[in-house]
Structures are given as structure tokens and as C-alpha cells.
Ligand binder design. Structure first.
Ligand code: SF4
Length: 365
């Protein structure tokens, strides 16, 4: 495999830099400049080292290298595809479900995913980081709402904060009695594993609340030795991890690739949690699959890998109506009539096994 210089020292942020490193064709410079004017680009050295520039269908490149197809906005695509704004009572907070809030602390990430559902909000020059006054206002909101059991730090990538600042935020949240769980969503352990050092791990642990870390990764190749070591350091510190992945055309939309990804998570002690259907973010149609294909893949996974490796396939309903599980249904009603008294209809069930064979389940087991 013809990968780029493993000694690449800096994150690539400009189309010209991607072209210089063989990650994009020179003929596309003008178009990629137009993409870059709208959506942030960042490819860390760790991610760049995973890309095979000779492979036009490289699944890592498809996630991070911009494409001219991003300039095409399809009907139904929306700058706020999961409706964060409709549930934002104060800056930085999204309160969609009673018992939990999203707390958006930063607007920058180590890498910028070409399918990002917040692509209109993240990156340099987009929304600014929370001011100290807005931060205090968000903390006051959480403190005033006693139904909030879990705070989910997201953004942007919260692990782009300095360990010192992250520790301050964790401490502020942990002093709120009703906040029991702090969950952090991040790509840093794979995109820039060196950031997961002793200081960062110390910042993640806090007295008074339980920390969970949700790792976003979409292909088993992202779980390099360095990434696995970073995750192991987090878990060895007593912090459980779950995964979240996005189903992406040309990246992981086949059963073997999804199987390898889910097995890799479990081998790393990361419980597969969510497989997201691609959100209707602008310029991302070329990376989305159909729901029917997603269900077919979930059916295939059910037979191929153990229950530990099964994520929930979920769709964020546009407009801010929350997540719905959209995996295949294995149970349906098979109405039948009792042989003795036809007027008393009884419900029996049809249940489908992992091979696709249908079985009847009696009404009164
Ligand atoms: S890391 Fe998350 S917030 Fe950042 S660009 Fe990727 S999907 Fe978007």
C-alpha cells in the first residue's frame, strides 16, 4: 500500500496541502477551494497515514478528504438536520429529552468529517466558543433543572480542550447533585491519540459523577495500535467506553466491513452503541445509504457477530424529534382464530430467526 509520508508533522487544512501530499487531484484545486470556503478541512498526521493515495475508493479518505460533490445540496438537506436549535434554551445547551442535555463547549475538532451533521457550525470561522458568561449561564441552566441526570459533552470535540480547562468543566458539572453521568463524544483517540495523555485522563476522572466516553469511528482501520492504546488508557483508568458510527456509502456499507468494525470495538473493550443513519446535512448525499440497505446490513450482522457486537441502528428524526431505532423488525402479528370459537380472535406472532426463517410463537406461551 502506497501511504503518505508517515513523518507528516502537521494537520493538513488546505486543498493545496492535500494535493501536495497526493490526497487530492491537482485538477480539482479550484473546486476544492470552493468546498473549503464553506466547510472546514482537517486531516491529522495519524489519519493521513492511514490513507492509501493510490486507492480512489479509500474508506478513510472518503471520510476526511473533501469532494466536489459537497457543493451539491439536495432537497431535504438542512443546515441543522437534527434540529438542535429548536431545543436550545440557552447558548451551548440542547435539552431535547427530559433527563439529559447536550453541552456544546467547543466548535473545533481534530479532524473534520465530510458527512458531519454539524458541519455548518463546526470549524474555524464558524460559531465561536462559549464565552465565560455564556458558559456560566449554561451551568446555571443545568443546575436549575433537577431532572437532568446526564450531561453529554459534544460540539465540536470536547477533547480539543486543554486538560486543565476540561478538568474545570468536569468539576463544575460534578458539583451539581443531580448530574450523575458525564458523557464525552470524541474522535480524538483515533484522530490524534497523542492527546490522550496522563493529564487528559486525569481530567476525565472526576469525583461526584461517572464519566463515559463515546468514541466515533467508522472503519476498523481507524483503530490503529496507537488508537487502541489511547482507548485502553481511558478504560484502564476506570472510564467505560461505547462506540458511535455513521453508516456511510463507500466507507462501511457492507456486512464484512461493519462486522470488522464492531469486532474491533469489542476487542478494545468498547461496547458498540449507535450506528447512525446518515443525517440530512448539506452536501452529504453521496455518502448516505438508504434505510432499507441499513436494515439489510443490520440483519446480516445479527447472524454474523455476537450480541456484544450489535449496535442500535438509529435515525435522528429531522426537525429535532429525537432518535428512533430503525433496525429490522423480527416480530410481527399473525392473527389466527381459535379452532373452538371463531369469534375469539387470538394473536399469534411470527418471529424471524437470523437465517430469515419464519416461526410461529403461540399466543399463550
Ligand atoms: S468529529 Fe464530530 S463534530 Fe467534528 S466534524 Fe466529525 S462528526 Fe462533526
Amino acid at each position: 500500500m502506497n501511504r503518505i509520508d508517515p513523518k507528516l508533522a502537521a494537520t493538513l487544512r488546505q486543498p493545496a496541502e492535500l494535493i501536495d501530499h497526493g490526497l487530492a487531484p491537482a485538477s480539482q484545486l479550484a473546486d476544492l477551494e470552493r468546498v473549503a470556503a464553506r466547510y472546514a478541512i482537517a486531516v491529522t498526521p495519524d489519519i493521513a497515514a492511514l490513507i492509501d493515495p493510490a486507492d480512489p475508493n479509500d474508506p478513510i479518505a472518503r471520510q476526511f478528504i473533501p469532494s466536489v460533490q459537497e457543493l451539491v445540496q439536495e432537497a431535504g438537506e438542512h443546515a441543522d438536520p437534527i434540529g438542535d436549535d429548536a431545543h436550545s434554551p440557552v447558548a451551548g445547551i440542547v435539552h431535547r429529552y427530559p433527563d439529559r442535555v447536550l453541552f456544546k463547549l467547543v466548535h473545533v475538532c481534530a479532524v473534520y468529517c465530510r458527512f458531519c451533521f454539524r458541519r455548518e457550525m463546526v470549524g474555524p470561522g464558524k460559531a465561536t466558543a462559549l464565552s465565560q458568561a455564556a458558559y456560566r449561564c449554561a451551568i446555571d441552566y443545568i443546575r436549575a433543572h433537577k431532572e437532568i441526570w446526564e450531561v453529554i459533552l459534544t460540539g465540536g470535540d470536547p477533547l480539543m480542550l486543554s486538560p486543565r480547562r476540561l478538568a474545570e468543566i468536569m468539576a463544575d458539572l460534578a458539583t451539581i447533585d443531580h448530574v450523575s453521568v458525564i458523557r464525552i463524544h470524541t474522535r480524538v483517540p483515533t484522530a490524534d491519540p497523542a492527546r490522550i495523555n496522563d493529564e487528559m485522563i486525569a481530567a476525565l476522572r472526576v469525583k461526584g459523577a461517572t464519566t463515559w466516553v463515546a468514541l466515533h469511528a467508522n472503519h476498523a482501520r481507524e483503530l490503529t495500535e496507537k488508537a487502541r492504546a489511547a482507548c485502553a488508557a481511558i478504560i484502564d483508568a476506570g472510564i467505560p467506553m461505547v462506540s458511535q458510527s455513521v453508516l456511510l456509502r463507500g466507507v462501511n456499507d457492507n456486512a464484512a466491513t461493519l462486522e470488522a468494525l464492531m469486532r474491533a470495538f469489542v476487542e478494545c473493550r468498547i461496547k458498540p452503541y449507535y450506528l447512525h443513519h446518515g443525517d440530512l446535512a448539506p452536501g452529504t448525499a453521496h455518502l448516505r445509504t438508504t434505510l432499507a440497505h441499513g436494515q439489510e446490513l443490520m440483519r446480516a450482522l445479527r447472524g454474523r457477530v455476537s450480541g456484544l457486537c450489535q449496535p442500535d441502528y438509529v435515525l435522528d428524526i429531522p426537525g429535532g424529534h429525537g432518535k428512533a431505532p430503525v433496525g429490522p423488525n423480527y416480530l410481527s402479528q399473525a392473527n389466527s382464530f381459535s379452532q373452538e370459537r371463531e369469534e375469539h380472535a387470538e394473536t399469534r406472532y411470527r418471529v424471524v430467526d437470523y437465517c430469515g426463517d419464519v416461526h410461529l410463537y403461540p399466543p399463550k406461551p
